[in-house]
Structures are given as C-alpha cells and as structure tokens.
Design a binder for this molecule. Structure first.
Ligand SMILES: [Fe+2]
Ligand SMILES: [Fe+2]
Length: 169
C-alpha cells in the first residue's frame, strides 16, 4: 500500500507528463506550420513518449493500490520566437521534469517506500537521456543559427526518429 503523500506526488507527476506531451505537440505544430516535417516528427514522437511516461505512473499507482486523479492541464506558452527558442524551452522543460522526479525520489526515500524508489529509478535514468538529447539538439540548432542548409540537414536527420513504446522491465 502506498502512502497518501507518495500517491499525491505521483498524481502531480502524471499531470506534468501529460503537460509535457501537450508542450511537445505545441512545438510539433510550430514546425508543421513551417513545413519542417522532420522537426515536427521529432516532437510528435517526443509527445508520444511523454504520454507513455504518464501511463507508466498511472499503471504503477493502480498496481500499488492507489487511485489516479486526473488534474487540469496548464497550457504551454506556445509563442515561440524561433527554432533556438524552442530547443531552449525543451531543455528547460526537461530540467523541470528532472527536478520533479528527484523530488518524488526524495519522498520515496523519506517514506521508506522501497518499491517506489525502485520504480522511479527508470525515470531518473530516462531524465539523464532526455536532458542529454535536448542539450545536444540545442547545441546543434545554435550552430545552424537559421542557416537554410543547416536546417535542411537537421530536418532530414530528425525525420528518421521512430517511436518505441516506453516499458519498464
Ligand atoms: Fe517524461
Ligand atoms: Fe521528457
């Protein structure tokens, strides 16, 4: 049985993962509007993964006897200045999610909830990857600096990203 404090924190994280999904859909829309379909594909896949993260937490809550409470989602400010702005916001958002996951882990440790600590390890690792990817793409888009050839190349590269459902083994 999970503590109320732990369950509340998990419910907050479910909201944040769905908000992440929504944020990446906003970015997908920006690139669709610019006919940069490779970039749009990257964020489409990203949004699908965030939905998976929400469902991993959703299913975990039920597996430990908790109930999920779906909260209102905050809209993401989608007034993007340019491509660099988008990748800066992506990195900042992932850093926010990392802090939130670490906060969940702190609660699990305080509560001596070993099952949740074990479950959260996957998210801790995932956030290292998420920040690394966001950081790499931010560096790349800064190098491109609006150059059409660079954007074309990067668009082609990002078009190759495929979706693999997230599973915790
Ligand atoms: Fe996530
Ligand atoms: Fe993420």
């Amino acid at each position: 049985m999970i503590s109320e404090k732990m369950l509340n924190a998990i419910n907050e994280q479910i909201k944040l993962e769905f908000e992440s999904s929504y944020a990446y859909i906003a970015m997908e829309a920006y690139f669709m509007g610019k006919n940069l379909n490779g970039f749009a594909n990257f964020f489409h896949v990203q949004a699908q993964e965030e939905r998976d993260h929400a469902y991993l937490l959703f299913n975990y809550a039920y597996s430990v006897g908790g109930d999920v409470v779906l909260k209102d989602l905050a809209a993401f400010d989608s007034n993007f200045k340019d491509e660099i702005d988008i990748f800066e916001k992506t990195l900042a958002h992932e850093q926010l999610v990392t802090r939130s996951i670490h906060n969940l882990m702190t609660i699990a440790i305080e509560e001596k909830d070993y099952a949740t600590q074990n479950f959260l390890q996957w998210f801790v690792k995932e956030q290292v990857e998420e920040e690394d990817t966001a950081n790499g793409l931010l560096e790349q888009i800064k190098l491109v600096n609006g150059n059409p050839n660079g954007l074309f190349m990067m668009n082609k590269e990002l078009a190759a990203r495929t979706y693999t459902p997230a599973v915790i083994k």
